[in-house]
Design a protein around this ligand. Structure first.
Ligand code: 26Q
Length: 801
């Protein structure tokens, strides 16, 4: 591979100031006197973007010149958040930009905060894709991210209706998106429906409808600007923008209809909602971006090579969950119908290019499409899927696994069969993938399943989010840990030093004061910054068990009231997260938490030791604010249900201790930090399975635990619903009834662990020691390490730098 030069261009603030002024004038059409905050933010964005172009071109040329294999990361979601601060940091312009912006009369932090979050994802899966983009650029892995340019990202959440979640449309593209380049020349026609004419070995698909997929490119620059890749998002448009005949007849609505209809495909991100599956528009979104990406990949390959049998040596396509699973059939279709390749050869060729990452074990969350729908929307693909299914069955006659079953197409099975590597996202998850959902397929294809434990980018999640901790790290172990995070172990000797621990504690204290100020300003709630900040931030799901946390909060409140002088460890319980709009139980839990907060915060007798806050509209930017200020990380899912978790890693790295179950990557975090630095509770995955065989496990647990019983009864008595005894009936009945997620069975164990947390909090210096050990021993969770794993085990790509 061609080596490219490593030096970056230092640019002082005068030069950057000139560039900002140039963009203010010529890109924004404003002079400084009339520039708004938006103008200044855009001018700064464009000035920084200019600095990214050189590494971007350099990387593209180097990849082309070396004919390197490229990875194509196909994901329905990229949960990026803000880009400006990150880009400034990566190109080493933080001080210069601060100085330049201040010199022009604007507050730097305010300018950065003006950027809307790019919320093109739901949660973990989408944020993982964003961390991977960062790491692929940092490592010099030639890569393209492919996804959808949603006009509306994940909905905005408010609690306007008495503490109930209210959703409104998110609108990030109302303002120009300063980072992207529109690429009208990279446009593809994407068809739907219609008919198939068989023509010997190949077939001709004549779609009934079609839309245009147009590319929008965002450069993603890596650490120190050594490399940059492209995030290519597809926007949907009508092939014919406007019906002039209808317009001339005076029917203005009809004239605009084709355009409006076509655009619905990239209009809005679906909120992760397993109860609402099988929606035609979702299938069209999946095919839309996958087909456009496959065509773009083949176009690029064909421009450089003539023999499609060489495709696997140049192309690695990674499917982020089953959402782009149609990539297999679409690639086979292109190879057979458009290039005349023999069917079995095409399947082999496609498989040699494809990898599939599984992110869930929950059977109800695995995608299935009605055969009728698939045949109607994608008739040729349905034929190909059936043929893949048949030949797989023929090759393995003794086994009973099929893609199409009971009138449904199972996308997990399709992805597995069409991929040469299938990976889980944590050690435990990968073992469960082998033993449960894909046990049969694993037996047929031993070695295909591999583990790639998730990671997070230390640039955003330490350097950017926690500058104080970053300075301490640099002061202690020297520069250069940001892209070699395993070096955090070098902190460990310093932890024995009281001076270091005091600095570590002081940083946490200052981060907490900042957060307390924000909570006061934003929500009007005064919190004690000296209290333990106990944080659970993630999507609302029953398996994540926010209700276990709030039940313990209620029980704790009661215990404090009964025994106020017992020297309670003061706590601020912080919640954050959204529920899918159609997920009734999750929304009931949100409502309960808000009502418990209202009641507890009004109790003057417990005010000093217990506060509950739940800021609305949790997103990436809020995570960056909360995590560095956290003392306790709540990772309390029912064992066997959380594939990995990635928030858990961000907390540990930022010096929070974890209270958690043996689930997902918690297991690996505990192994690394040591069991004495982790608050473990609850049943193991196999104990949960056993427990469920006892039909009255919940009733028994309630009977055995006065605290749990009393907490549930308080809810039932209307203590948090102004006397309304019916309000949380659905929730409490579920707990008393089958309680699938074993909240009751794990309650006492959770309570005990929380009291161990209290006791540990009593020795502040020792707490700091444990927190610092968490930081020092979790450098392995850098997404750089994860990407190195994918490059070696799945993609067979070597880095370019
Ligand atoms: C499916 C069908 C229709 C509409 C939406 C969806 C959909 C969308 C998003 C289904 C699932 C998702 C997101 C899943 C997700 O975020 N999973 C998480 O992935 C993380 C990264 O691997 C893990 O750390 C988490 O454990 C896992 O829950």
């Amino acid at each position: 591979p061609t080596k490219i030069s490593k030096e970056t261009l230092p640019m002082d603030s005068t030069e950057l100031r000139q560039s900002i002024l140039k963009h203010l004038e010529f890109s924004m059409g404003k002079d400084l006197v009339h520039a708004s905050l938006y103008d200044m933010r855009m001018a700064l964005t464009l000035a920084v973007r200019d600095r990214v172009i050189e590494p971007w071109f350099r990387a593209t040329r180097a990849t082309y010149a070396a004919q390197s294999k490229r990875v194509y990361y196909l994901s329905m979601e990229f949960l990026i958040g803000r880009l400006l601060e990150d880009a400034i940091m990566n190109v080493g312009l933080t001080e210069a930009a601060h100085e330049a912006v201040a010199g022009l009369g604007f507050d730097f932090e305010t300018v950065l905060a003006d950027e809307p979050d790019a919320a093109l994802g739901n949660g973990g899966l989408g944020r993982l894709a964003a961390c991977f983009l960062d790491s692929m650029s940092t490592l010099g892995c030639p890569a393209y991210g492919y996804g959808i340019r949603y006009e509306h990202g994940l909905f905005r959440q408010s609690f306007a209706q008495d503490g109930r979640q209210v959703e409104t449309a998110e609108d990030w593209l109302r303002q120009a998106h300063g980072w992207e380049f529109e690429r009208p020349e990279a446009s593809f026609r994407i068809g739907f429906g219609g008919s198939v004419a068989e023509n010997g070995r190949t077939a001709i698909w004549t779609p009934e409808d079609a839309v245009l997929a147009k590319a929008y490119d965002t450069p993603i620059v890596g650490w120190q600007g050594k490399w940059a890749n492209t995030l290519r998002l597809w926007g949907a448009e009508a092939l014919t923008a406007f019906d002039l005949a209808a317009f001339n007849k005076g029917d203005f609505t009809a004239a605009a209809a084709p355009e409006a209809l076509a655009r619905t495909i990239s209009r809005v991100l679906y909120p992760d909602d397993t109860t609402e599956q099988g929606k035609e528009l979702r299938l069209k979104q999946e095919f839309f971006f996958t087909a456009a990406s496959i065509r773009d990949i083949l176009r690029r390959f064909n421009a450089e090579h003539s023999d499609l049998s060489g495709l696997p040596s140049r192309v690695a396509i990674q499917m982020n969950d089953t959402h782009p699973a149609i990539a297999g059939p679409e690639l086979v279709r292109a190879l057979v119908d458009e290039s005349g390749m023999e069917f079995d050869t095409a399947v082999e060729t496609a498989r040699a290019c494809l990898g599939y990452t599984n992110h869930t074990l929950m059977p109800e969350a695995l995608e299935r499409w009605p055969e009728e729908l698939m045949s109607r929307v994608l008739p040729r693909h349905m034929q190909i899927i059936e043929r893949i299914d048949e030949s797989h069955a023929k090759a393995h006659p003794k086994r009973n696994v099929s893609i199409v079953e009971n009138g449904e197409v199972k996308m997990g099975e399709l992805s597995f069969i069409m991929a040469n590597k299938v990976n889980g996202v944590s050690a435990l998850h990968t073992e469960l993938v082998k033993d449960t959902v894909f046990a049969e397929l694993n037996a047929l294809h031993p070695g295909r399943i591999v583990n790639e434990t998730n990671g997070v980018t230390p640039r955003r999640w330490i350097k950017g989010a926690n500058p104080r901790l970053s300075s301490l790290i640099t002061d202690t172990i020297g520069a250069g840990w940001e892209d070699r995070l395993e070096r955090l172990v070098e902190l460990e000797p310093a932890i024995a030093d009281k001076g270091f621990r005091n600095q570590f504690a002081e940083i946490k204290a200052r981060n907490k004061r900042d957060l307390a100020d924000w909570i006061e300003r934003d929500m009007g709630i005064a919190v004690n910054p000296a209290a333990m900040f106990d944080v659970q931030i993630k999507r609302f799901h029953e398996y994540k068990r926010q209700h276990l946390n709030i039940l313990e909060t209620i029980a704790l409140w009661q215990e404090i009231r009964a025994n106020p002088g017992a020297g309670w460890a003061p706590r601020v319980k912080i919640f954050g997260g959204k529920a899918a709009p159609g997920y009734v139980m999750a929304k009931e839990i949100i409502h309960l938490i808000n009502n418990v907060a209202r009641v507890i915060n009004a109790d003057t007798t417990t005010r000093d030791v217990l506060t509950v806050v739940y800021p609305p509209n949790y997103n990436v930017t809020m995570a960056e604010r909360l995590i560095p200020a956290s003392d306790l990380s709540e990772q309390i899912s029912t064992a066997g249900k959380e594939a990995s978790g990635t928030g858990n890693m961000k907390f540990s790295l930022n010096g929070a201790l974890t209270i958690g179950t043996l689930d997902g990557a918690n297991v690996e975090i505990r192994d690394l930090v040591g069991p004495e630095n982790f608050f473990l509770f609850g049943m193991t995955a196999s104990e949960v399975v056993e427990c469920r065989k006892t039909p009255d496990h919940a009733a028994r647990a309630i009977k055995a635990s006065n605290r749990l019983g009393a907490a549930i009864e308080m809810i039932e008595a209307g203590a948090f619903s102004n006397g309304d005894t019916e309000m949380y009936h659905g929730l409490t009945q579920n707990l008393r009834g089958h309680d699938y997620f074993t909240v009751c069975a794990d309650f006492d164990s959770y309570w005990d662990a929380q009291r161990r947390v209290d006791a540990a909090w009593g020795d502040q210096d020792n707490w700091t020691r444990m927190a610092a050990i968490n930081t020092a021993r979790t450098g392995w969770f850098s997404s750089d390490r994860t990407i190195q794993g994918y490059m070696a085990d799945v993609w067979k790509i070597t880095p370019m730098i």
